[in-house]
Design a protein around this ligand. Structure first.
Ligand code: CP3
Length: 343
């Protein structure tokens, strides 16, 4: 690949400092776009949508047609894995995910091998998108990280995670076993995604907050390392972005110990913290407040400029600190991309 066509995102992930950072947005495919809402009415439910490669590829490409983004992220969800392992998962309209009772760990373990095949639709989505996407725009695959996925499996819904943390203290062996099952199924899923066209793999640890250092080591750091080692052992050298959202000061420990190429930072990350991670040899991504993107105005412009000023002296990917909110005005997204890219 000539330097001219190597996607800007991959150059940043290889450690290059660029004239301007690559830009994409978490949750760029989805409810903030009217064309997504129209497409969504054609699927029976959200899970059926994710498992329909034609529709999921279309949802992945919608923001790419509308905006000059540097990367697409495959349209899927972190809760497809528990479903593939045999736990019931559905989405209550307007409320979010619901899961059936946690199956016995032995039965989940028995389903690991079969789970990858049950997720082959997502591989098909990735191949379709890669075939259509311009060569200078990268395609990102992803999975939920084990602890975050486990919180949903244990609690049966989105929550404040207190039930899952209590389970972690009361049933440490069971939790470790569940995390090991998720490490194995997630590693296989990511290998399949890379073989299907994903050029970057992202681990969403959306619920890394509130964990004491020893617990963070055990349920966040250790499983992330294990997944990446398994993916590498399968011969896949695709770069990883790790997103330990809410980890606070422990992000530094995460960056030092987990062999990701980039660390995605949340809204709270300081300029100094980001620069320290860059100095340690890693690319950083983030960390515009999704509420500021929605609010717009001079404060948005000023923050976009400040993020670039503080972090683009090293390898940096422009993004949010958490996903685009559904009622974000499209003009604010356009304006932000223009400010970052000059396009
Ligand atoms: O654009 C993209 O980023 C790609 C697609 C994507 C979705 N979910 C689509 C989706 C990605 C990367 C995710 C990740 C995801 N899913 C996370 C981690 C990131 C984060 O935001 O913290 C989590 C925790 C989930 C679980 C999940 N899925 C929840 C809690 C919900 C309901 C609430 C919500 O935010 O919408 C979903 C549903 C979901 N996932 C939708 C979309 C487009 C909305 C479903 C619909 O259209 O009805």
């Amino acid at each position: 690949m000539s330097e001219g066509s190597k996607p800007r995102l991959l150059r940043a992930l290889a450690g290059e400092t660029l004239d301007r950072p690559p830009v994409w947005f978490m949750r760029q495919a989805g409810r903030s776009l009217p064309e997504y809402r129209e497409l969504r009415t054609r699927a029976a439910d959200f899970i059926a949508f994710c498992h329909n490669p034609e529709m999921a590829a279309e949802a992945t490409l919608q923001p790419m047609r509308r905006f000059p983004l540097d990367a697409a992220i495959v349209f899927a969800d972190i809760l497809l894995i528990p479903r593939a392992l045999g736990q019931e998962v559905w989405f209550e309209t307007g409320e979010g995910p619901r899961l059936g009772e946690l199956p016995p760990l032995e039965s989940l373990a028995d389903q690991i091998e079969a789970s990858t095949g049950r997720l082959s639709d997502i591989g098909e989505t990735l191949s379709r998108v890669r075939a259509e996407l311009e060569p200078d725009r990268a395609l990102i695959g992803f999975a939920g990280a084990p602890w975050t996925v486990a919180t949903y499996m244990i609690e049966g819904r989105g929550s404040d995670r207190s039930g899952a943390r209590t389970y972690a203290y009361q049933h440490p062996e069971e939790l470790d076993r569940l995390l090991d099952i998720l490490v194995e199924s997630t590693a296989r899923y990511l290998v399949m995604q890379a073989r299907s066209g994903a050029q970057v793999l992202k681990l969403f640890e959306s619920w890394a907050e509130g964990l004491a250092e020893d617990v963070f080591e055990r349920i966040v750091i250790r499983p992330h390392i294990a997944i990446i080692e398994k993916v590498r052992a399968a011969g896949i050298d695709t770069p990883f972005i790790g997103f330990p959202r809410g980890a606070g000061a422990l992000v530094e420990t995460y960056a030092a110990k987990v062999p990701v190429q980039a660390v995605a930072l949340d809204t709270q990350a300081s300029a100094a913290l980001g620069r320290k991670i860059q100095a340690g040899g890693k690319t950083i991504q983030g960390a515009l407040d999704n509420l500021l993107l929605r609010a717009g105005g001079p404060a948005l412009d000023a923050r976009v400029d400040a993020l670039i000023e503080q972090w683009n002296g090293g390898p940096y990917i422009f993004n949010l600190g958490h996903g685009v909110l559904p009622d974000t005005p499209i003009e604010h997204i356009e304006r932000t991309i223009r400010r970052v890219t000059g396009r």
